[in-house]
Unconditional design. Structure first.
Length: 262
């Protein structure tokens, strides 16, 4: 996979899967500013299943923001940032970053389950940095009735930086949310399974934050190898794309978002 494909795709979930991109926009009426925001049709047939290293609670504030931003980046790359999660388009402000990730939406439709993992979350003077991994072993791009799935023992790593935009008079960051997660959380409550479709927060979770999704150079890191091995122990050493006639299984999203829980 070349650097040019990384830049064209603008989305980690399609970096290993992409073939020639389609350009016709889909018919969708969702507005990311609407309180009834729904994910665009490009992702509705897929879900995201998250996990984390011990000590990180997926429901804590910083992990929740990390999940929202990482998922929003996938949606933005496929359908355009203006159709991604509420507030995400405004939170990614750097022109170079926007040129890399949002230059052209793929307009591909994806199916199956995208696995993502939080390695760690490190507080900074202005916010925090999250290190994440993803595996595409059950996540497919549909082209002409065929489903393209990518496997790699490395998966992809990604570093996402969050910086607060508001400050106290004393120069300290204004706490927009609760404090960073601590290692005291050892269990995560299991939400009731939701529908087997892409879930998204209904509200803007990014108010008060600037988000930097990091450089595509980070994707080929070996950081994710141990985690990928737990999901796909037979994954090939080099990226491999498999084409099938049927889509991979779409598992219920985890932990998903509260609006989908009953």
């Amino acid at each position: 996979m070349t650097r040019n494909l990384l830049h064209t795709a603008g989305i980690t979930a399609v970096l290993l899967l992409a073939v020639a991109c389609t350009t016709s926009p889909s018919d969708s009426h969702e507005s990311p500013d609407s309180p009834s925001y729904l994910p665009p049709e490009e992702v509705r047939n897929a879900t995201v299943v998250w996990s984390a290293e011990p000590g990180t609670d997926l429901f804590d504030t910083y992990p929740t923001l990390t999940r929202a931003a990482a998922e929003a980046l996938v949606v933005a790359g496929l359908a355009g940032p203006e159709r991604s999660y509420p507030g995400f388009d405004e939170a990614v402000t750097d022109p170079t970053t926007r040129g890399i990730y949002f230059r052209k939406a793929n307009r591909d439709t994806v199916y199956g389950t995208l696995y993502k993992h939080i390695v760690d979350i490190v507080p900074t003077d202005t916010g925090f940095t999250a290190h994440t991994c993803e595996s595409f072993k059950d996540f497919a791009v549909e082209r002409d009735g065929k489903y393209n799935v990518s496997r790699s023992h490395r998966g992809h790593s990604q570093t996402i930086t969050f910086a607060r935009t508001k400050w106290e008079d004393n120069g300290l960051p204004l706490e927009m949310t609760t404090s960073a997660p601590t290692a005291t959380s050892t269990t995560t409550p299991s939400p009731a399974p939701g529908p087997r479709e892409w879930q998204a927060p209904e509200d803007n979770l990014f108010t008060g934050w600037i988000i930097d999704p990091g450089s595509p150079d980070d994707y080929d890191s070996e950081r994710c190898v141990p985690w990928v091995a737990t999901l796909d122990p037979d994954a090939p050493a080099e990226p491999e794309t498999i084409t099938t006639d049927t889509p991979p299984e779409t598992l219920p999203a985890y932990p998903g978002w509260p609006r989908y829980r009953h």
